[in-house]
Design a protein around this ligand. Structure first.
Ligand SMILES: C[C@@]1(CC(=O)O)c2cc3[nH]c(cc4nc(cc5[nH]c(cc(n2)[C@H]1CCC(=O)O)[C@@](C)(CC(=O)O)[C@@H]5CCC(=O)O)C(CC(=O)O)=C4CCC(=O)O)c(CCC(=O)O)c3CC(=O)O
Ligand SMILES: NC(=O)C1=CN([C@@H]2O[C@H](COP(=O)(O)OP(=O)(O)OC[C@H]3O[C@@H](n4cnc5c(N)ncnc54)[C@H](O)[C@@H]3O)[C@@H](O)[C@H]2O)C=CC1
Length: 214
């Protein structure tokens, strides 16, 4: 049975992937900065570019082709973004990406988007993303800001410690128990209240119990 479609959120690993961004105005600039942060190999196509984008191109952080979009530009890219002030360009790009099976984000046309961009907040390895299915981007932004206020330094600390344990301890029931306890009130809650010593005592107990079992 096919129901009304809802979004399917993912966290993409873009390091080293070829990404095409058509348009080089202010909206494209904010996309570009996020894509570069994610390590994408970025090519941009636009007759006019912002100063920041031109500087990044001169530093070879991205490739900038100073011309209009041409059908054929999308080939060889993992993802395509279009952010121009001309809807016809978005339509033409969508035709090409559809034919090639490449996913598209169109800043000006929610209906042409294969994926939309959520409002994103980050603290250490923690990402908060809020989307409204294209209905209320300003609400997404406001909610993201509110949610970020609930992410504290102790959450970052617990996330990193969990990552460390997952890397160094073998999988199994004992490790799962430790990792679940790490986020409950005994440890995470105590850290939130500044009771570091108590939290560490719990962690040591869990590690000791784990060591005795293996
Ligand atoms: C569908 C989507 C496609 C996409 O871009 O992926 C889209 C489309 C459009 N946005 C428009 C306007 C605004 N966009 C923002 C802000 C953001 N827009 C973002 C995403 C998305 N915007 C996707 C859906 C996300 C969702 O589902 O919630 C955010 C969350 C993420 C990001 O862009 O990185 C980012 C917040 C970043 C942050 O956290 O700061 C603001 C508020 C502001 O600027 O303060 C306004 C003014 C208020 C208003 O108009 O609502 C217009 C009309 C343009 C015009 O009229 O000219 C269109 C086109 C249309 O809807 O027709
Ligand atoms: N998704 C979002 O969050 C938002 C989207 N928008 C929409 O995003 C779009 C872009 O906005 P801005 O960056 O402010 O526009 P802008 O006017 O600053 O930049 C437009 C860019 O498109 C380029 N361009 C024009 N024709 C082109 C072509 N044929 N091929 C390649 N590049 C071409 C221009 O050279 C320029 O670099 C607008 O349609 C706007 O309505 C606006 C606000 C928020």
């Amino acid at each position: 049975m096919v129901s009304a479609s809802i979004d399917y959120p993912v966290c993409l690993q873009l390091r080293g992937k070829r990404v095409l961004l058509i348009g080089a105005g202010l909206i494209a600039e904010s996309r570009a900065l996020q894509l570069l942060e994610a390590g994408a190999r970025l090519r941009m196509v636009a007759p006019e570019a912002t100063d920041t984008l031109r500087r990044l191109a001169s530093e070879q952080r991205l490739e900038l082709l100073e011309r209009a979009y041409r059908p054929g530009d999308a080939a060889g890219h993992a993802l395509v973004f279009v952010a121009t002030d001309d809807r016809q360009v978005s339509q033409a790009v969508a035709e090409e990406t559809r034919a090639l099976g490449i996913l598209l984000n169109a800043a000006d046309e929610p209906d042409l988007c294969d994926f939309t961009l959520p409002s994103v907040g980050r603290r250490g390895p923690i990402t908060v993303a809020v989307s409204t299915q294209g209905m209320a981007p300003a609400l997404a932004r406001g909610l993201r800001r509110q949610l970020m206020e609930h992410i504290g330094r102790h959450h970052v600390w617990v996330a990193r410690l969990s990552g460390h344990f997952r890397e160094h301890l073998p999988r199994g029931a004992g490790r799962s128990r430790l990792l679940k306890r790490l986020v409950d009130d005994d440890i995470c809650g105590r850290l939130a209240r500044g009771q570091r010593r108590h939290a560490w005592t719990c962690i040591r107990e869990e590690l000791k119990a784990l060591g005795e079992k293996t």
